[in-house]
Design a protein around this ligand. Structure first.
Ligand code: ATP
Ligand code: MG
Length: 207
C-alpha cells in the first residue's frame, strides 16, 4: 500500500514572505519528517480588513520567487483562486479531498496564531483535520500550555511545539521599513526585495 503522505501547510498573507516563514517551513519539514510544505497565500483575508493588503497576485508571485529553489516547497493557488472570503477550514477540507484519507495534514504557524485559529469559525472541524505545528522562539514558551477541546469536538487539538530561530522577523516590520526607506536586506530573499522595489510595493506608510 502507498505510504502515507505527510503534508505541511503554511498559510499566510505573505505580504511579503520573509526568512521567518522560510526557516519555519524548513524546520517543520525536517523535524516532522514531512514530504513537502505547501505555502498557501490567502485570497482576501477575512481578518486583515483594517489595513491595505497587496494584491493576491503580488503575494503569490513573491511566495513563488522565495520558494522556487527548494524542491520540497510548493505554492498553492487554492485560496487565491477561490472567490469570496477565505476560510482556511475550507482549504483543509479541499486538501483532504485531493490527497485522500491516507494523507496526514500538518498546519504550520506561529504559536500565537494557533490560539487565534482555535477561535475561528469551524475551529473544531479544523482541529480534527490536521495536527498543528506551532513555532516558538528558542527559550520562550517552548512548553505550550495544553489546548482544550473546542466547540463540539470530542478531542483536544493536536499541537506540537517547534523552536525556530528567526521569529523576530515580521511582514509588518518589513512594510514599515520600506515606507521609511530603511533597509530590508537580509530579512527576506534578495529576489523578493527586488520584486518589492520593482513594483513599488509598501512605499506609502500604512497602518
Ligand atoms: P504581519 O506582520 O503582517 O502579521 P507576518 O510576518 O506575521 O505578517 P503572516 O503572513 O501573517 O506574516 O504569517 C503567516 C504565518 O507565519 C502565521 O502562522 C505566522 O504565525 C507565521 N509567522 C510569521 N512570522 C514568523 C516568523 N518570524 N517565524 C515563524 N513564524 C512566523
Ligand atoms: Mg502575522
Amino acid at each position: 500500500m502507498r505510504k502515507t503522505l505527510r503534508l505541511g501547510i503554511m498559510g499566510g498573507t505573505f505580504d511579503p514572505i520573509h526568512f521567518g516563514h522560510l526557516v519555519t517551513a524548513e524546520e517543520a519539514l525536517v523535524q516532522f519528517n514531512l514530504d513537502k510544505v505547501v505555502f498557501m497565500p490567502t485570497g482576501r483575508p477575512v481578518r486583515k480588513t483594517h489595513r491595505y493588503v497587496s494584491s493576491p497576485e503580488d503575494r503569490y508571485l513573491m511566495t513563488v520567487i522565495a520558494t522556487a529553489a527548494n524542491p520540497d516547497f510548493e505554492v498553492s493557488r487554492i485560496e487565491i483562486d477561490r472567490p469570496g472570503a477565505t476560510y482556511t477550514v475550507d482549504t483543509m477540507l479541499q486538501l483532504r479531498e485531493i490527497h485522500g484519507p491516507r494523507a496526514e495534514l500538518f498546519f504550520i504557524s506561529g504559536a500565537d496564531a494557533v490560539r487565534e485559529i482555535l477561535t475561528w469559525k469551524d475551529a473544531a472541524r479544523f482541529a480534527e483535520l490536521c495536527t498543528f505545528i506551532a513555532a516558538t522562539r528558542p527559550g520562550f514558551d517552548s512548553a505550550l500550555e495544553p489546548f482544550e477541546a473546542v466547540g463540539d469536538a470530542a478531542v483536544a487539538p493536536r499541537v506540537e511545539a517547534m523552536e525556530v530561530p528567526a521569529l523576530a522577523i515580521s511582514s509588518s516590520d518589513i512594510r514599515a521599513r520600506v515606507a521609511a526607506r530603511r533597509p530590508i536586506r537580509y530579512l527576506l530573499p534578495e529576489a523578493v526585495a527586488a520584486y518589492i522595489e520593482k513594483n513599488g510595493l509598501y512605499r506609502e506608510p500604512v497602518a
